[in-house]
Ligand binder design. Structure first.
Ligand code: ATP
Ligand code: MG
Length: 475
């Protein structure tokens, strides 16, 4: 066992926890993510795990009594854990434990244990390192599985036999892939094989936990790393079959379409460079899912994916529902992005007109910039001339969006003439004529025939009424 002292932990909270444990006569260690990220020189996480060789809850109480302001403790008796929120930190205390599993559940049977037992139950060697907090050996590293070397070699490895580790708690398969993506580490071959063999056991993991890991993969700087690992191990079709269905290139009569699965991975990596918005990244991941069910070959037109955006948007709802993701405005945002994902592309290929831009802004509303970000990420052509042309056209579109919006304010369009006004002007009861006139005004504004102003719209309304043989009501 490699053990040495480090200057690891200068935050005063650790000294205080050490004192509290000395007073109780228990050994205490900071363990897991904090230690890993400390050695990686990553941003130190806000959640800090402390393990006590004894009662974690008692230690938490002692610590709280020593802290200024006597913070509240949340005690989870069933789990033997306690949590203290102290400033920006979340301190989680747990007694060292030994775990054993049965086949149908990822919830272990737990008994008190030694530090070593507790390190054995950890998922990866890099997550099993502990730093002592007691005054006698403050800062001493206990690293029984040589996690430090794995950090150095950038390897994800399990402390025990990988087959058992992943079968016991299959969530660890997703965690391995997530850490590999976040840290840009390699999963050790034996682990990768064990994940492949145990992939079907993902079914005993709750959807919420799987989605948590998916979010973290998507939020990393290169999400394709994780998506490829999910693909390679066979987890992807079990979790997101809509994506695997996009894989493959078909050829008929000498015509081929692109592989929309690998294309999608490129799009997700592209968008990760330009936004941290999780839901926009989801939209990038799902923007083409409608292409699998709509794919057809036409003798004249070649491969088509007619209405794939519409079909895709419907699939987004079913996918969110299946994964128990919230069916709220985030989901609607993803749907809207998928539905509109091809709209700016037409503009990028062609001459950009004001009215086309106005319609885009009108339909996308506040999400027009997000939509542009998605479409820019969608450019994956390897032809440098096309790449330049599309990017440049999108630049023009972005400029025009600003110009058009300054002039016409169609982003959150409010009709300049109200329905009520139309009714009084022509002495009408609620009827379809009012809708027709309102729509005609809106169309005229979007087409650029009239400016988005009251007077112009009022005059337009009078003329439209005249054409419809309506009489102006004079009081
Ligand atoms: P992050 O907070 O960035 O997600 P972390 O490593 O701190 O990373 P947590 O989920 O906070 O992850 O878990 C804290 C520690 O608990 C881990 O470092 C690991 O030692 C252990 N752990 C968490 N989940 C599992 C699991 N499913 N199986 C085994 N050990 C786990
Ligand atoms: Mg953590």
């Amino acid at each position: 066992m490699k053990e040495f002292h480090t200057e690891a932990i200068n935050h005063p909270i650790f000294k205080l926890i050490g004192e509290a444990s000395d007073e109780l006569g228990v050994d205490a260690y900071v363990i897991g993510g904090f230690v890993r990220d400390y050695f990686l020189k990553r941003n130190i996480p806000k959640d800090i795990d402390v393990v006590a060789i004894g009662s974690g809850i008692e230690l938490a109480k002692k610590v709280a009594s020593k802290l200024k302001g006597k913070p509240e403790i949340s005690v989870f008796k069933n789990f033997g854990t306690a949590m203290i929120k102290h400033k920006e930190l979340e301190l989680e205390f747990v007694g060292a434990r030994k775990e054993s599993y049965n086949r149908d559940s990822r919830k272990p049977i737990v008994e008190d244990g030694t530090l070593e037992d507790d390190q054995n139950r950890r998922d990866f060697t890099i997550n099993a390192m502990a730093l002592s907090l007691n005054s006698g050996d403050f800062g001493k590293l206990l690293d029984p599985f040589d996690g430090l070397t794995d950090l150095d070699k950038q390897i994800i490895r399990t402390p025990l036999e990988p087959g058992i580790t992943y079968s016991d708690d299959p969530l660890r398969m997703m965690r391995a892939i997530r850490f590999a993506t976040q840290l840009n580490f390699t999963i050790e071959l034996k682990s990768l094989q064990a994940i492949t063999e145990n992939k079907d056991r993902i079914k005993i993991v709750s959807k919420e936990r799987i989605v948590d890991e998916l979010h973290k993969i998507l939020l990393s700087s290169k999400p394709s790393v994780g998506l490829k690992l999910m693909h390679q191990t066979g987890l992807l079709p079990l979790i997101l079959p809509e994506l695997t269905a996009l894989q493959g290139i078909e050829e008929k009569e000498g015509q081929r379409h692109k592989d929309n699965f690998w294309h999608t991975l490129e799009v997700v990596d592209n968008i990760a460079e330009n936004t941290d918005n999780l839901w926009l990244r989801w939209a990038a991941l799902l923007h083409d899912i409608g292409k699998a069910p709509t794919k057809k070959f036409h003798k004249k037109n070649g491969w088509t994916f007619h209405a794939h955006e519409f079909v895709g948007a419907k699939m987004v709802y079913r996918l969110f529902k299946r994964l128990r993701m919230p069916l709220n405005e985030k989901m609607k945002f993803v749907q809207k992005m998928v539905l509109m994902s091809s709209r700016p592309i037409i503009l990028s290929e062609d001459h950009v007109t004001d009215s086309a831009v106005r319609r885009l802004v009108f339909d996308a509303g506040d999400f027009v910039e997000d939509l542009m970000t998605l479409c820019e990420a969608d450019i994956t052509t390897k032809n440098p001339r096309k790449q330049r042309k599309y990017k440049n056209n999108f630049k023009i579109v972005r400029q025009k969006i600003v110009e058009v919006e300054e002039r016409d304010h169609v982003r959150n369009f409010q009709p300049p003439v109200s329905g009520e006004q139309i009714m009084t002007t022509f002495n009408l009861k609620p009827s379809k004529e009012i809708g027709i006139i309102k729509d005609a005004i809106k169309e005229a504004i979007l087409e650029g025939e009239i400016p988005n102003e009251y007077e112009a719209a009022y005059n337009f309304m009078l003329e439209k009424g005249r054409k419809m043989n309506l009489k102006v009501h004079s009081e």
